[in-house]
Write a protein that binds this ligand. Structure first.
Ligand SMILES: NC(=O)c1ccc[n+]([C@@H]2O[C@H](COP(=O)([O-])OP(=O)(O)OC[C@H]3O[C@@H](n4cnc5c(N)ncnc54)[C@H](O)[C@@H]3O)[C@@H](O)[C@H]2O)c1
Length: 274
């Protein structure tokens, strides 16, 4: 999809961070936006910014983890447009915890939003895209933790590996419908994700959060750089899109020497949390 002007793009989790940046980048390309977030209030300023650049068709409160909410949202969308051209499954949350410290309800929470949320988005929007027959593009936001293992993120990484695998399966099937699929795999991006993440297995949760927030701040890699990579991925129909030097490093290191890569990230994680 070389030309994004006039296309209808739907972004989940558009109220903050990467989702907001993607929505604005697509608006700058001339796309018309449909936005959703569990925090509906956060969408209002984004809507105003988009209206200065292009057109915001709709903002909606929706919890991606709920199939009922996503079906209701899809009904509203398909009453307004026959199908979306670009679907960006971005909404997500953070969870720090090992396989031993992650509680059962944390597994349900993280997989519900970060994996089922993407499945729900695909389930309710992709069939209309295929049925219409004019093609389109699906962007699923995975992570560098969706292709390489790292300690203390068992639930988060499991969900992101799922999103990565789902995206590759979809890509090999949906090309018959002229629908491209990209798995976006950012590294450490400075957004609100660390402020709102659940943290398990750490004695002093506030202290751990401060260290992680401060590390993300010092890294200072902004979400607009992810958004630029997303626009490029849609235009060039890229399959796997690591974003940031650490995401590229992990991608190649893990392929070349998986054991060395695991040892390196164990050491890095411990150093960040010290
Ligand atoms: N920040 C990073 O370092 C990083 C790295 C790799 C991948 N990611 C992924 O990028 C995506 C966006 O994260 P971000 O960093 O911009 O975080 P963020 O917290 O800034 O934004 C996430 C947005 O998703 C929304 N959201 C959360 N749960 C939702 C739900 N159930 N239904 C609908 N909306 C919901 C939030 O309200 C928020 O507006 C996530 O999938 C995240 O896992 C982030």
């Amino acid at each position: 999809m070389r030309e994004l002007s006039g296309k209808v793009a739907l972004v989940t989790g558009a109220g903050s961070g990467i989702g907001r940046a993607i929505a604005l980048a697509l608006a700058r390309q001339g796309s018309q936006l449909i936005l959703c977030d569990i925090n509906a209030e956060a969408l209002e300023p984004v809507r105003r910014e988009i209206d200065g650049l292009s057109r915001c068709i709709m903002t909606e409160h929706a919890d991606v983890a709920s199939i009922d909410a996503m079906r209701a949202f899809a009904d509203k969308v398909h009453a307004a447009v026959p199908a979306v051209d670009i679907l960006v499954n971005n909404a997500g949350v953070g969870l720090m915890g090992t396989i031993l410290s992650t509680r059962y309800e944390d597994w349900q929470w993280i997989l519900g939003i970060n994996l089922w949320g993407v499945i729900h988005g695909c389930h309710v929007f992709v069939p209309k895209m295929a049925e219409r027959g004019t093609g389109g593009h699906v962007v699923n936001v995975s992570s560098m933790l969706g292709y390489m293992p790292s300690p203390d993120v068992a639930g988060y990484s499991t969900a992101k590996f799922g999103v990565f695998g789902l995206s590759m399966c979809m890509r090999s099937e949906l090309c018959d419908h002229k629908i491209g699929v990209s798995a976006i795999c950012p590294g450490v991006i400075n957004t609100n994700i660390t402020r709102n993440a659940r943290i398990r297995g750490h004695e002093n949760v506030d202290e751990t959060r401060d260290k992680v927030v401060s590390f993300y701040g010092r890294r200072n890699f902004g979400p607009e750089r992810v958004a630029r990579a997303v626009v490029k991925a849609i235009k060039r129909n890229k399959a796997i899109v690591p974003v940031s030097p650490e995401a590229w490093f992990g991608y190649w290191f893990n392929r070349a020497w998986p054991a060395g890569n695991r040892a390196f990230w164990r050491w890095t994680t411990k150093t960040i949390q010290k």
